[in-house]
Design a protein around this ligand. Structure first.
Ligand code: FE2
Length: 433
């Protein structure tokens, strides 16, 4: 059966920091309209909703892109002073906010603050309300330029409604001009009182090209379902600090850890600890560079990210790796290339591990896996297929991983060496090794 996300334990009696879902991942980008086309064209996202001047938003434009249970918000500042404009100047395009849906954003925020979190400027609980319902947000800082927003929703803005095409929040409108569940009287509370009734206007001002690409993507799905994990790069010596932050503030636990003996080549190394939310809904590995003969890939990221921690990659889950990778390759996505010799040993390694733990061998066609350049790894619980894109922007910072799990809950440790050698080749090409 196809799943849209891991099933969380839904109990309102539980801790306020219980995460219901990844509400959305917000990117700060230089030109949200153009970035929306990139992610739609290359990765098959629907450009579903927009918030901009035409909906009463005077300082930023945001596009809601969706696929399966993945929601990206691409935001660009419309003024030089908007935080997105300033951040893009410093860091280039990248992830700003990993937002979590919770039962009560204010209670989650209070608990996080009590646990030692710091609010972002203006991040205190804030409710947007209209006839359709409410969206309450509250935001805390995490590593570097990143933040976590707690989001709770009622009425037409409930996440279940949003997943069915309902309006994401006040001051958003659907690109296709359909009303959505909650369109009609949107007005943000405490936000200058600019009515956003234009949210229902059939005249979109976005042209028919978005509708065409949405139509194409509906007919040619890439099969991405939800965010499997989300990796942060922090500075040398700071990994344990941020591990404690996720333990203390968000009450995550450590799921796995890898040291520089696991993740190193002759030249470069890194260390990683995987933090997981209470219900394992979201996993957030944290990387720090480790000393090697040459520059760690984490240090390269930091060098091109204003020496500031940030999100290194988002792993997007698919139920069919071969289909997704073939679709993305045909759309022009650039993936890391591994030496062909990788496939001389991988089947022996992986299938030995699987049979020794009583699991069936890898069912995907081996030749197609090789032709598509997909990586395979196994552990005592099963296997996984994964592949990594090259950086999604000119700076060697954010990239995506496309991952399919067949029982394995790990991260592809058996591929680290081959993968890092491929990454070093790329670093060398960029003059950054
Ligand atoms: Fe990953």
């Amino acid at each position: 059966m196809t799943t849209l996300s891991p099933a969380p334990t839904l109990s309102k009696a539980a801790d306020p920091l219980q995460l219901i879902d990844v509400d959305h991942v917000r990117f700060h980008v230089g030109n949200a309209k153009q970035a929306a086309f990139f992610y739609a064209h290359c990765f098959g996202f629907q450009i579903e909703q927009v918030s901009d001047l035409t909906t009463g938003c005077r300082d930023a434009a945001s596009y809601l892109l969706t696929q399966g249970n993945i929601r990206f918000l691409l935001t660009s500042g419309l003024t030089a002073e908007h935080p997105a404009s300033m951040e893009v100047a410093m860091y280039g395009d990248g992830v700003k906010d990993v937002a979590f849906t919770v039962f009560d954003a204010e209670k989650a925020f209070d608990r996080a603050i009590k646990n030692g979190a710091t609010a972002t400027p203006g991040g205190e609980p804030h409710t947007m309300r209209d006839a359709a319902g409410t969206v309450t947000t509250a935001t805390i800082r995490t590593y570097g330029r990143c933040q976590h927003t707690f989001v709770s929703r009622t009425g037409g803005y409930d996440l279940t409604r949003v997943k069915q095409g309902g309006i994401f929040a006040p001051r958003f409108k659907r690109i296709d001009g359909k009303p959505g569940d909650s369109c009609g009287t949107s007005m943000a509370v405490g936000d200058g009182g600019v009515a956003s009734g234009a949210g229902c206007a059939p005249q979109l001002g976005v042209g028919s090209s978005i509708l065409s690409i949405n139509d194409h993507n509906r007919k040619n799905p890439c099969g991405l379902k939800y965010v499997d994990h989300l990796v942060g790069n922090v500075e040398l010596g700071k990994m344990n600090h941020w591990v404690r932050f996720y333990e203390d503030v968000l009450e995550f636990t450590m799921f796995k850890h890898f040291d520089d003996k696991d993740i190193s080549t002759e030249y470069s190394a890194l260390m990683s600890k995987v933090m997981a939310s209470g219900n394992n809904l979201i996993k957030m590995p944290i990387n720090e560079p480790a000393a090697g003969k040459k520059k760690s890939q984490v240090q390269e990221y930091l060098d091109w990210h204003c020496n500031t921690p940030g999100v290194q990659h988002l792993a997007l889950r698919t139920d069919d790796e071969l289909h997704s990778i073939a679709a993305l390759r045909s759309r022009g996505v650039d993936f890391l290339t591994l030496p062909d010799a990788y496939y001389d040993q991988v089947w022996d390694r992986v299938n030995k591990m699987l049979t020794s733990h009583g699991h069936a061998a890898v069912k995907e066609d081996h030749q197609r896996v090789r032709d598509l350049g997909i990586l395979v790894d196994a552990d005592d619980e099963g296997y996984l297929l994964q592949l990594f894109t090259k950086p999604l922007q000119d700076r060697p910072t954010l990239f995506f991983e496309i991952i399919c799990r067949r029982g394995s809950q790990s991260f592809g440790k058996g591929n680290f060496k081959a993968l890092f050698e491929a990454l070093e080749l790329e670093q060398e090409r960029r003059g950054n090794l």
